[in-house]
Design a binder for this molecule. Structure first.
Ligand code: IPM
Ligand code: MG
Length: 360
């Protein structure tokens, strides 16, 4: 365990600030229980930063992130900023943090909660027991490839992007996939479009080479379209899914939807030096300020931080178990509420979880 952790707190827009408040309260309870010290420093990002400074990622915010052990991030975006050019949008703040801090690995776990099986769009028998991890490459591929642009050619407009992967980028994410699989069910599914794309053919080749050092882990290759289908048909068969930036963006939303509520799913984005933790869901502007947002994804993101950055896995388990118990007792925020369960506010859900942490 680290004795202290410097944490940059970036609440962002929409429900970001409300759920961040919940996560910080949970971390205070963890601090009391385990004696770890947190130093929280808050900064602007996204639309909130555009309004104040004109920039979705102000210099000051980036500096704070670079001086911290971890970054806790709420959500960015909202209608108010939807008409800005791509370059000035709140999302650009997020993309720049990923690139500037070299957060090349994005971990998106999706787990089915027994208490929430009925919230899933899939049959209970298909979803029960699902526990998978999408490992998305986050700083390369078509999101950042050059050349890119929109221009005039032959009297009409043409738009283009470049899907590009260097061998070293594939190697480092591949290695991490096998390492992570070792502490899980020892299976990696590498997802690509190698029947059409050269970049994917190389991806497949390099992942296969990396696998030579991990004979104890099973490796399968799957085309992305087939993976999209198999995730619906037999999601339980997946353990770690490793894939590039854009396929990972799409597949991770699908994996998230399987379990029923996006409001439950955390994520971590890590590099050699920095680590960044955020819920998978967005800023949900339609319910912002109402006190009804589900704080669980943000709280579980803090749990991932405790495990990965603060080296305090016991505290992460405490939080996960507290969330399980709250759900088993029937506490639900609006997004996961169903008849017969207890509808609670963001704050009430947070309190229930904190009480379980204290009691365990
Ligand atoms: C995500 C989001 C982002 C992405 C957007 C907001 C830029 O969809 O984190 O999955 O496409 O990476
Ligand atoms: Mg996405």
């Amino acid at each position: 365990m680290k004795k202290s952790c410097k944490i940059a707190v970036l609440p962002g827009d929409g429900i970001g600030p409300e759920i961040m408040k919940s996560a910080l309260k949970v971390l205070e309870a963890i601090s009391e229980k385990y004696g770890i010290q947190f130093e929280f420093k808050e900064a602007l990002v996204g639309g909130a930063a555009i309004d104040e400074t004109g920039d979705p990622l102000p210099e000051e915010t980036l500096k704070l992130c670079k001086e911290s052990d971890a970054i806790l991030f709420g959500a960015v975006g909202g209608e108010k900023w939807d008409n800005l050019p791509t370059d000035k949008r709140p999302e650009k703040g997020l993309l720049r943090i990923r690139k500037e801090l070299d957060l090349f690995a994005n971990l998106r776990p999706a787990k089915a909660y027994n208490a929430l099986l009925d919230s899933s769009p899939l049959k209970n028998s298909i979803i029960k027991g699902v526990d998978l991890l999408v490992l998305r490459e986050l700083t390369g591929g078509i999101y950042f490839g050059e050349p890119r642009g929109i221009e005039e050619k032959n009297g009409e407009r043409v738009g283009y992007n470049t899907m590009i992967y260097y061998e070293h980028e594939i190697k480092r994410i591949g290695k991490l996939a096998f390492e992570l699989a070792r502490s899980r069910r020892k299976k990696v599914t590498s997802v690509d479009k190698a029947n059409v794309l050269e970049v994917s053919a190389l991806w497949r080749e390099v992942i296969t080479e990396v696998h030579n050092d991990y004979a104890d882990v099973e490796l399968e290759h799957m085309y992305v379209d087939n993976c999209a289908m198999q995730l619906i048909r037999r999601p339980k068969d997946f353990d770690v899914i490793v894939t590039g930036n854009m396929f990972g963006d799409i597949i991770s939303d699908e994996a998230g939807a399987l379990t029923g509520s996006l409001g439950m799913l955390p994520s971590a984005s890590i590099g050699e030096r920095y680590a960044f933790y955020e819920p998978i869901h967005g800023s949900a502007p339609d319910i912002a300020g109402k006190g009804i947002a589900n704080p669980v994804a943000m709280i579980l993101s803090a749990a991932m931080m405790l495990e990965i950055t603060c080296k305090l896995p016991e505290a992460a388990r405490d939080i996960e178990e507290a969330v399980d118990k709250a759900l088993e007792e029937g506490y639900r925020t609006t997004d996961i509420w169903s008849p017969g369960t207890k509808k609670v506010s963001t704050e009430e859900m947070t309190e229930v979880i904190i009480n379980h942490i204290k009691q365990s």
